[in-house]
Unconditional design. Structure first.
Length: 312
């Protein structure tokens, strides 16, 4: 990969039917939408996918379906650790890898207790790598069940094993992001930033790309930013896009992921707004009004940037 090329790896939604069943036809359409928008990979079975609301069997079915839906166009990564003894987590990592993914992602907050020190986490990760043979791994600083951040020194040690190729960063601290990038230079490894408030700074610092919930509203805009973040001829537009993400941050987190399903539905994707989550707030008229206003503001920006992508 050219050092200036950056990748958008969407954190995938899981569409459901109105009766709560997984909508596999919708999942196919969604996978195709991400790829058509320019995504260079897919992160299936993640928090945006409502992974904790899926059964073990559903997780495997969803990941297998996404891999098949891509038809080899882009690689897929997927979460494979859901708590319990490390041997049990290692077994499910193997099952997820068997679905055809490029790498299996470990949730940092499920590899040690919230009050465990870094030495416990390091020991558990070492054991997990040992038990999963040569399966490529990645890590995700998921905020659920609690957010455990990996330090630059820890990440350096993990990447040096040759087994860890992917990291989804949620530290929200550009200085920490820069330190992690510096600590992992020279390896086949990519740090993907989730925090769009410093997206441009992260890309310029050397992150491999972006992996953010905003990609479940307008994936083509994330791709545009990845392609143009360092284009001096478009600096004014890049600055405007960065400010747009800062200004719209709150509205895109309220009652998520229902609102992103509603947004994509408004754009023409035939999926339900149904969610299995019951801890996200109420999708009421006020929330809908906020998303409708976001639609109008994005349409203006999209026209200014001459982005032609449409959801069909």
């Amino acid at each position: 990969m050219n050092k200036l090329e950056k990748e958008f790896i969407p954190v995938m939604l899981t569409p459901f039917k109105d009766n709560g069943e997984v909508d596999f036809d919708g999942l196919t359409k969604l996978s195709e939408l991400y790829i058509e928008a320019g995504a260079k990979g897919l992160f299936a079975n993640c928090l945006s996918s409502e992974m904790f609301e899926l059964s073990e069997a559903e997780r495997l079915k969803v990941v297998t379906h996404v891999v098949k839906a891509t038809q080899g166009a882009v690689p897929v990564v997927a979460t494979g650790t859901f708590g319990g003894p490390i041997a049990q987590q290692a077994d499910f990592v193997k099952q997820i890898y068997g679905c055809g993914v490029e790498a299996v992602i470990g949730i940092t907050g499920l590899l040690a207790g919230e009050h465990d020190g870094d030495e416990i986490f390091d020991e558990n990760v070492s054991r997990l790598l040992e038990l999963t043979e040569q399966i490529p791994m990645g890590f995700y600083e998921c905020p659920v069940p609690y957010k455990r951040l990996i330090s630059p020194a820890q990440l350096e040690r993990l990447v040096a094993t040759g087994r860890v190729t992917y990291h989804k960063d949620t530290c929200l601290d550009i200085d920490q992001v820069k330190a992690k990038i510096a600590a992992t230079q020279g390896h086949k490894f990519g740090l993907y930033d989730a925090y769009m408030a410093h997206a441009v700074a992260s890309l310029k610092a050397g992150s491999a790309g972006l992996s953010c919930i905003q990609g479940n509203f307008f994936p083509e805009l994330i791709v545009w930013l990845c392609n143009n973040y360092d284009n001096t001829d478009l600096k004014e537009q890049v600055d405007k896009v960065q400010q747009f993400f800062i200004d719209e941050m709150d509205v895109m987190h309220n009652v998520y992921p229902t609102i992103s399903k509603y947004y994509l539905q408004k754009r023409g994707l035939n999926i339900s707004t149904f969610t299995r989550r019951n801890d996200i707030g109420i999708f009421d008229a006020k929330i809908k009004t906020g998303i409708d206003a976001l639609t109008e503001r994005y349409d203006i920006l999209k026209n200014e940037l001459e982005i032609k992508f449409e959801v069909v």
